[in-house]
Design a protein around this ligand. Structure first.
Ligand code: COA
Length: 214
């Protein structure tokens, strides 16, 4: 399978949003809103266009990854700029063929060259631990509400990247989307069946509750 990775262009936007919708549909919750998140992220000042990459197979977009700038408010009083990864999506019929790994490695190299210190994300540790991510707790990094969370993971981009970064991770507010606006946005797409209680939804519900007071 020949996969090309390249920057997303504005003419790709609706196709990529559909890829995101297909990847996330019923995955973490019944239906999904990540395609709406992607739609509004690109206009946000914290969006990093250089890291907005699509995977293309035979002229068709089959994957996408995007990043936003976020901040660690460190316990030492400093603020450090970091990257937030996501959403990352691969069309279901193309999953588990190495495309996700390739997109992460490709964009991670660009991020490192751009001088970013670290990538953070909330996701399944089973997947991201294989992609070079470590528990944020290892570095004393907590959620904005000051909790250690199993889902919160960090990929340092250089050996000295994490020094002084013990503190709270504050994501861009764009990630707190309005679900009713997202649901209206979804009406632009073909109808899809909404399923409650999929195994991946149950897995997600187990991961998100794994939080401890710092
Ligand atoms: C998560 C996602 C982007 C991964 O992309 P992918 O192309 O399917 O992943 P890869 O083929 O590169 O996977 C690499 C490895 O991770 C494993 N893996 C893939 N998805 C996994 C998952 N959800 N949980 C655990 N392991 C997973 C693969 O088996 C593979 O391991 P192996 O090399 O030992 O076989 C893709 O599955 C997806 O779009 N999922 C739905 C949306 C989503 O969950 N996005 C992430 C939000 S945090």
């Amino acid at each position: 399978m020949d996969i090309e990775l390249r920057r997303e262009q504005s003419s790709d936007y609706s196709e990529t949003e559909n890829v995101t919708r297909e990847a996330f549909w019923n995955h973490y919750s019944p239906a999904c809103s990540e395609h709406y998140l992607l739609h509004i992220m690109r206009d946000c000042p914290a969006f990093v266009p250089e890291l907005d990459v699509v995977a293309v197979c035979d002229g068709k977009i089959v994957g996408n990854v995007v990043y936003m700038k976020s901040v660690i408010r460190a316990d030492n009083g400093n603020s450090y700029e970091v990257l937030s990864l996501g959403p990352i999506s691969v069309l279901p019929e193309y999953q588990r063929k190495g495309i996700g790994v390739r997109m992460i490695e490709y964009t991670r190299d660009i991020a490192r060259r751009m001088g970013f210190a670290a990538i953070l994300l909330c996701g399944d540790p089973d997947y991201y631990s294989r992609q070079g991510f470590l528990s944020a707790e290892t570095f004393g990094i907590r959620t904005e509400d000051d909790m250690y969370a199993d889902a919160l993971q960090v990929c340092p981009l250089s050996e000295r990247a994490m020094s002084g970064m013990k503190g709270r991770y504050v994501e861009d507010s764009i990630y707190q989307i309005d679900e009713s606006v997202a649901s209206d946005f979804d009406k632009h797409f073909p109808p899809k069946e909404i399923i409650v209680g999929t195994p991946s939804q149950k897995r997600f519900d187990e991961i998100v509750v794994k939080r401890r007071k710092a």
